[in-house]
Design a protein around this ligand. Structure first.
Ligand code: GUN
Ligand code: ZN
Length: 435
């Protein structure tokens, strides 16, 4: 890590808090010609180039990003690395899609070499898209998590992952047991949680595939290890929801099932949450649990439209997830563009500023990591991305017409994708872009 002070010069944007529906002016800092100061992999400060340049020591290294826009690295709050190879499969809804495409693909991850090869590709793809932290599903195999953690560790990334727990209603070759999943979780926590920049997530796949005994064991472990994450799916699809009610006729709601087993708490993150009621939302808020909003997946699998307004009204924290491979893109820019369209279909508002908040500080808040990543706060880890708003002829032409930050960001999330990610930095070091 470079101890020397480096000043990155370009346009800078980061968030101090949620700008909300009305783009609160005090919620963000934006410098059209700014400097981001980095040393020892951490942010040392930022501000307008004109004033800061005069104060810097003579030996400072200045990296010129020209017309680039620097943002904190994107944070993906829900993604499955083993589904990289089924992205864009089939035209089915959730339960058929799982049995026809997902489970057969996941069966291969008992092979450590294959798992590592996919993990390497997956991380390269995330970084190509400007995503520097993610909350990641493995498969049922312990090896899948070892492979993912090793690949993340070798890149110095802050990543969260867990072994999928699933002991029923799935193919025999993908089943663990309550006891074996508990052993694996404990061994993986011991090996990886808190190692370098890595964290572990207890990952019951969803209430359908986890027996009562397995959920019980997950809840017990979650209580013993409060700073380990809980990561699962909730209220995504009507067929799934009906099944959960058949399996748990006593439950008030799908969320109530997880709650009964102690799985709704701080550092619990539930993907989708499309079909909740206000009691569920109030409970998520009270527990300080988070939601991963995954628009490309929700549209592709025909699952439903996330209710931003109801989520805000209840004060539940939420961030953005790509949900690859139910989701159709690794690109956070494309994901934000689809989130905007979901809000449109519900007659709700998602401003571009808020969208970029959700992809950065909002995600960090969902993961309770906002004291380390998600903004350019002094002392934070210097994971950041340089956007090229002239990356394609169309983006260049339209961006040249943009008069405001709102217009610029709207174009980035409407027309941008991996081509608009010029460079990514992890702990202040430029990432070599994979071919
Ligand atoms: N519910 C249970 N497993 C999955 C999965 O792999 N993807 C999605 N989108 N939903 C799920
Ligand atoms: Zn998912």
């Amino acid at each position: 890590m470079n101890a020397r002070l480096t000043a990155h010069r370009g346009a800078l944007l980061h968030f101090l808090t949620d700008p909300g529906e009305h783009d609160e002016a005090g919620a963000y800092e934006y410098f059209t010609d700014g400097l981001l100061l980095v040393a020892d992999g951490r942010v040392q400060g930022l501000g307008p180039a004109e004033t800061l340049l005069a104060t810097l020591p003579a030996d400072v290294e200045i990296v010129e990003h020209g017309n680039g826009l620097l943002l904190p690295g994107f944070i993906d709050t829900h993604i499955h690395y083993p589904q990289t190879e089924i992205i864009g499969s089939g035209g089915r809804q959730l339960l058929d899609w799982l049995s026809d495409y997902t489970f057969p693909a996941e069966a291969r991850f008992g092979d450590a070499a294959y798992a590592r090869e996919v993990a390497d590709f997956f991380l390269d793809e995330l970084l190509r898209n400007g995503t520097t932290t993610a909350l990641v599903f493995g498969t049922v195999h312990r090896t899948s998590v070892d492979a993912f953690m090793q690949a993340s560790q070798s890149r110095g990334l802050r990543m969260i992952a867990g072994k999928a727990m699933m002991d029923r209603h799935c193919p025999e070759n993908l089943r663990d047991t309550a006891a074996s999943s508990d052993r694996d979780n404990r061994a993986l926590i011991e090996r990886w949680h808190g190692t370098d920049r890595l964290h572990y997530a207890i990952t019951p796949r969803f209430a359908v595939t986890c027996s009562d005994a397995q959920m019980q064991a997950a809840g017990t472990l979650a209580a013993e290890q409060p700073d380990v994450y809980v990561h699962s799916h909730l209220a995504e699809n009507f067929g799934e929801i009906d099944w959960v009610h058949e399996l748990h006729p006593w439950s008030r709601s799908y969320l109530d099932v997880y709650d009964r087993y102690g799985l709704v708490r701080e550092r619990s993150v539930y993907a989708h949450c499309l079909h909740l009621d206000d009691t569920d939302r109030a409970r998520l808020h009270e527990a300080e649990a988070g939601i991963a909003f995954c628009p490309t997946s929700n549209l592709y699998l025909g699952s439903g439209l996330f209710d931003l307004a109801a989520t805000d009204a209840a004060g539940v924290r939420f961030g953005m997830g790509t949900d690859v491979g139910g989701g159709t893109s690794f690109s956070m820019l494309r994901t934000l563009g689809e989130a905007y369209k979901v809000a449109q279909l519900r007659q709700q508002t998602l401003t571009p500023l808020r969208a970029f908040y959700l992809a950065t500080l909002g995600g960090a808040r969902v993961l309770h990591l906002d004291d380390r990543i998600g903004s350019f706060r002094s002392g934070n880890e210097a994971d950041f991305v340089v956007l090229d708003l002239a990356a394609t002829p169309l983006l260049a032409r339209r961006s040249a017409q943009a008069r405001t930050l709102d217009e610029t960001l709207r174009l980035a999330m409407t027309l941008g994708d991996d081509r608009a990610i010029r460079r990514c930095y992890v702990m202040g070091e430029a990432v070599e872009r994979a071919a």
